[in-house]
Write a protein that binds this ligand. Structure first.
Ligand SMILES: Nc1ncnc2c1ncn2[C@@H]1O[C@H](COP(=O)(O)OP(=O)(O)OP(=O)(O)O)[C@@H](O)[C@H]1O
Length: 349
């Protein structure tokens, strides 16, 4: 007897050594430069778990989201959905089985929702496309979805333009839930919203995870938001996962200097005597630095960092980091930057 493909032990989604390379947008006629959007990413999301992805702009967060949602085929590596090779499935299977199991919430609900459709039509559309139940059952599911995201019944007849930003994002979340997905990928879902409504939308996501047992990939450049929401955090830098682990451990005892720098930019999180300021943008993904990609901005970097990307060091409870000069990990202040290390300065505050 062959083993069942899906067991409760399999993660919902697992990426094994995934690379994504794009052709550079501005390369000239004869240039074939590759953009290393994602390099050797190995990650998983389990049922009912929120994985937070954090990193600066251009680090590969959206690329990773596109891989997880099946919109981007990896250049190398494997994506498994409940143990099954996603890109080994037929296109029809990928669309039907996988497509329905994953819901996506984008950053800006104003552009994600069709402005000419009422909320009722927006929510009914995926149910119609996938022929879910009878017409009456679909209508009742639409009302249930509206209720699930805490919107009043009269919102059903409104157009997106007649709603507030927070209400529109609730509609987008309801639409993502329409087909009862097991996994939600939320790509910066609150960054286009007024600060006053961000917490409400985050609380809604936390509440939905608890009520529906959803797995979630939550993407943000803001480590504080990710820390609030996620069970586990993966820190991305220039297409590489540089640190990963339980949210409390990664934010309370970070080992990678980049994680430390991200955290120190939100001083309310950690009582640290020094603040690390990273200068300059993330280097080009077309020509990433050799060895550790963070070394050009790291105050600890030396020759050892320029040769190979460091193998993972394993801590407790799945905490992993890729650094040859890790932080002490006990919440102590980071080593001050040596004189002349121009990439990073520390300021008191
Ligand atoms: N289709 C594409 N063609 C060429 N380069 C791309 C493409 N998509 C992304 N990139 C590049 O890949 C790298 C990672 O991009 P990605 O959008 O995944 O980063 P991100 O962390 O989501 O950034 P942001 O927070 O700004 O959205 C960047 O250098 C980006 O310019």
């Amino acid at each position: 007897m062959t083993a069942p493909k899906d067991t409760a032990m399999d993660p919902l989604i697992r990426l094994d050594h995934v690379h994504v390379r794009h052709r550079a947008r501005s390369g000239g006629l004869f240039r074939r430069d590759a953009v290393h959007a994602l390099t050797d990413a190995t990650l998983e999301v389990r049922r009912g778990e929120i994985l937070g992805l954090v990193g600066e702009s251009g680090c590969g967060k959206s690329t990773l989201a596109r891989v997880v949602t099946g919109l981007q085929r990896p250049t190398e590596g494997r994506v498994r959905f409940r143990g099954e090779d996603l890109w080994g499935m037929t296109a029809a299977d990928r669309r039907e089985r996988f497509g329905q199991a994953v819901g996506v919430v984008f950053q800006d609900p104003s552009t994600a929702l069709n402005p000419r459709l009422s909320v009722r039509q927006i929510l009914r559309d995926p149910l119609d496309v996938h022929r879910r139940g009878t017409r009456a059952e679909r209508e009742s599911r639409v009302e249930e979805l509206l209720d699930l995201v805490g919107l009043p019944g009269h919102t059903l007849e409104a157009l997106p333009g007649q709603l507030s930003g927070g209400q529109r994002q609730r509609v987008a979340i309801a639409r993502a839930l329409a087909l009862e997905p097991e996994l939600i990928v939320a790509d910066e879902p609150t960054s286009a919203l007024d600060v006053s409504v961000r917490a409400q939308v985050l609380n809604l996501l936390v509440d939905l995870r608890a009520r529906l047992g959803l797995g979630m990939v939550f993407i943000s450049h803001d480590v504080q938001t990710v820390r609030y929401l996620a069970d586990r955090i993966a820190v991305l830098y220039l297409g590489r996962v540089v640190e990963e682990g339980g949210a409390a451990r990664v934010t309370g005892a970070p080992r990678h200097p980049y994680t430390e720098a991200l955290l120190s930019a939100t001083p309310s999180l950690l009582e640290r005597p020094e603040r690390i300021v990273l200068h300059g943008p993330v280097p080009s993904a077309t020509n990433p630095p050799s060895g550790c990609p963070f070394r050009t901005r790291c105050w600890k970097a030396d020759d050892a960092c320029a040769t190979v990307f460091p193998a993972a060091t394993e801590g407790v409870d799945g905490h992993r980091w890729h650094c040859v000069h890790p932080q002490p990990g006990d919440g102590a202040a980071p080593e001050p930057s040596p004189a002349g290390a121009a990439a990073v300065t520390t300021t008191t505050g």
